[in-house]
Design a binder for this molecule. Structure first.
Ligand code: NAD
Ligand code: LMR
Length: 334
């Protein structure tokens, strides 16, 4: 079997360190699937990436055919089948939202252009670096020859956080849960939705009502505890840990690509994918939704009912995505 070329940007950072060894061990593409790693860093990050590469060598992974480190996106993405765009400019002290978007446009625009020029014909891209949805939009806009459906932003971490919170509340195994969905932006406005979720085949809303003493108590728990806890988890990790989630983010990125390339069978997961207008989300935005994969691309699960509460929450998150898109447009980036 030919090796798959996986490019990881920001490979010298925290998520990179949690990601590379599991990819090389076969956790993402499969236990029989050889992989070639390309690590992209900025000059200041090259030493850290080189250190990770030395450790990768010391692991003697049977599946790892090659590791290359570069600060040139055209070298990093040359022939890439999968690109994991992790490196991003973090928000600095006193930095306005527009400054953050501009700084990241300066990263994801050139990376999208390089992908367009040199990536393999089957390239698939997951954007992890924040603001992830809009960074995906910027990268895709700079890659006009790559179908927009090949880009996605990571909301699998939010999806997994929602599963874990539900499992704890219901005292049920994570594996017994199906049908959780994350809608909108990977930000505090996201909507973690359990309206279509089941636990051991039974509606989660019924199970919550039984556990918490009625439908009203279940609705209050969802609004006052569950949604803010999932949507605020990234900030909670930063405040407790002193830096943003790394191992859980890497795990989610691996699960995202795993499910994309292996397919999701009858289940769905969540990813921020190109909107074609599904659920009233303006076409062209990268917005999270429940998705399935047939092994080639994620597709939005259509035909779900969004109640008034869900609709209102999705509208708020989409308005934020529209504002981010408009800010980037005003910069002349897309
Ligand atoms: P980090 O600061 O530890 O590492 C980032 C790395 O990216 C650094 O080594 C830096 O040198 C590198 N980098 C910066 N600009 C680059 C460029 N132009 N090209 C290549 N590399 C570049 O950060 P981290 O903890 O690894 O997080 C990375 C990003 O992921 C952040 O934006 C973070 O907010 C985001 N994140 C997203 C999710 C999610 O679920 N979508 C979860 C956690 C973190
Ligand atoms: C997360 O969800 O953990 C991160 O996106 C938080 C952040 O701002 O880096």
């Amino acid at each position: 079997m030919d090796a798959t070329t996986v490019t990881v940007t920001g490979a010298g950072g925290q998520i990179g360190y949690a990601l590379l060894f599991r990819i090389a061990a076969g956790a993402m593409l499969g236990p029989d699937h050889p992989v070639r790693l390309r690590l992209l860093e900025i000059p200041q990050g090259l030493k850290s990436a080189e250190g990770a590469a030395l450790e990768l060598q010391d692991c003697a992974f049977p599946l790892l055919t090659d590791v290359e480190i570069t600060d040139d996106p055209r070298v990093a993405f040359d022939g890439a089948n999968i690109a994991m765009l992790v490196g991003a400019r973090p928000r600095g002290a006193g930095m306005e939202r527009a400054d953050l978007l501009a700084a990241n446009a300066g990263i994801f625009g050139p990376q999208g252009a390089a992908l367009n020029e040199v990536a393999a014909a089957d390239i698939r891209v997951v954007v992890v670096g924040n603001p992830a949805n809009t960074n995906a939009l910027i990268a895709a806009a700079a890659a006009p020859d790559i179908p927009g459906e090949r880009f996605a932003a990571l909301t699998r971490l939010d999806h997994d956080r929602a599963l874990a919170q539900l499992a704890a509340a219901l005292e049920a195994p994570v594996a017994s849960l199906r049908g959780v969905a994350i809608w909108g932006n990977h930000s505090a406005t996201q909507f973690p939705d359990v309206a279509h979720a089941s636990v051991e085949g039974r509606p989660v809303l019924d199970a919550l009502a039984e556990k918490l003493g009625g439908a009203d108590a279940a609705a209050s728990w969802l609004d006052d505890v569950f949604v803010p806890r999932v949507a605020g988890r990234g900030a909670e990790i930063i405040s407790v840990r002193g830096s943003s989630s790394a191992a859980s983010a890497a795990n989610a990125a691996i699960s995202h690509v795993h499910d994309l390339v292996h397919g999701t069978a009858n289940e769905w997961t969540s990813a921020a994918v190109l909107s074609h207008g599904e659920y009233g989300v303006p076409a062209g935005l990268y917005s999270s939704a429940p998705v399935t994969s047939d092994g080639t691309a994620f597709r939005v699960v259509e035909g779900l009912d969004l109640d008034a509460r869900g609709r209102a929450r999705l509208d708020v998150s989409v308005a934020e995505l529209v504002a981010e898109r408009d800010a980037v447009r005003a910069l002349g980036v897309i």
